[in-house]
Design a protein around this ligand. Structure first.
Ligand code: AMP
Length: 331
């Protein structure tokens, strides 16, 4: 493959509102690096239909998700922003990559094991099972070097590397093997009410999840009501003190202050004081994002950006797909 500038890519499913976990685990890490790479970010709408969705809701969610990327600092002058389903190559390469994958590999995916437990009586959707090879296609189409994601997606990027290697071995050098980027702090933000579980979009309107569009009074209430422990020491210990450690991670990931410095600053001070500071910092961040969001929530601006992004993305994606088809003997 010819030498080219390094590529960074990430995506977020347009399902429900974006959470503080999505922001700290993926979007923020993308935004601060977007000028260093040839950058792509996409709204993963094909991943949103792995389970049945209301079409009108999905359409609105795509626009909301896009406006939120822009509000969080994704810059269309530096980054190619597109909707996954606008670039048909994702579907075709996803299909091809599914055929490179073993059943055992997909059954071992932690996200599949976790999510399949909560499926209703209609059973497990195959979408939940086969979405990792689609994610591999999303990454491989753009010759990606680095994929900033939260800890929950690390295994899927590792699978992508395995599939790329397998394909290259079988059919000749076709795909670039990507590296995952996991932020040292904020890679797994936990539910504020149940700090042994990840903060999830699908947790709905409960008190454990902070959505970027939450009313700021509610955000403060959620943080002040966060489950902690019966001690009074502000100390980072994920095993013994998951609630406090989660709040320390949130504070550190937003401000950049390191964990020992936070612990030192709060020596001898109570949980109330600490939570108030976390709430101030989170509210300050969300206030800025929410103000930006209102500016960007304009369907015309969003359509222009998405159309332009899809055009640029298609050029690279079609080249990669052609290369893969040629390697497979499909041309
Ligand atoms: P999803 O909500 O599954 O579309 O996830 C989009 C991105 O956000 C992925 O990179 C996830 O790894 C990341 N992410 C989701 N939830 C969290 C969380 N609670 N903490 C850190 N990163 C997260």
């Amino acid at each position: 493959m010819k030498e080219q500038e390094k590529v960074m890519l990430t995506g977020v499913r347009p399902s429900g509102n974006i959470t503080l976990g999505n922001y700290l685990g993926a979007i923020k890490n993308f935004v601060v690096r977007q000028s260093l790479y040839k950058s792509y970010i996409f709204v993963a709408d094909l991943h949103a239909i792995t389970s049945p969705r209301n079409p009108e809701e999905l359409r609105n969610a795509v626009n909301d998700c896009m406006a939120m990327y822009l509000a969080c600092g994704v810059d269309p002058n530096q980054t190619i922003i597109f909707r996954q389903s606008d670039v048909l190559e994702h579907g075709v390469l996803g299909f091809i990559m599914t055929f490179q994958t073993h059943m055992g590999e997909l059954s071992r995916m932690t996200q599949f094991k976790l999510k399949s437990q909560t499926c209703g009586k209609h059973g497990i959707d195959t979408g939940l099972f086969v979405y990792p090879p689609l994610m591999s296609a999303d990454i491989l189409l753009y010759n990606t070097s680095i994929v900033p994601v939260g800890l929950d997606q690390q295994q899927h990027v590792e699978l992508t590397r395995d599939l790329a290697q397998r394909f290259n071995r079988r059919y000749g050098d076709t795909f670039k093997e990507p590296d995952v980027y996991i932020a040292p702090v904020g890679n797994k933000i936990l539910n504020l009410q149940n700090p042994t579980e990840k903060m999830n979009k699908s947790d709905g309107q409960n008190m454990g999840t902070i959505f970027l569009m939450d009313d700021l009074k509610l955000v403060r209430k959620k943080i002040m009501a966060a489950v902690t422990d019966s001690e009074t020491v502000i100390h980072f210990d994920e095993e013994q003190k998951p609630g406090i450690s989660n709040l320390i991670s949130i504070l550190s990931a937003i401000t950049g202050e390191d964990i020992p410095s936070i612990e030192k600053r709060f020596e001898g001070r109570g949980y109330g004081d600490f939570k108030r500071e976390v709430a101030d910092v989170v509210c300050h961040l969300l206030e800025k994002i929410q103000a930006n969001y209102q500016k960007f929530k304009n369907p015309e601006i969003l359509d222009d950006i998405l159309n332009d992004g899809a055009k640029k993305a298609r050029i690279v994606a079609s080249e990669t797909l052609e290369r893969a088809k040629l390697a497979l003997g499909l041309k």
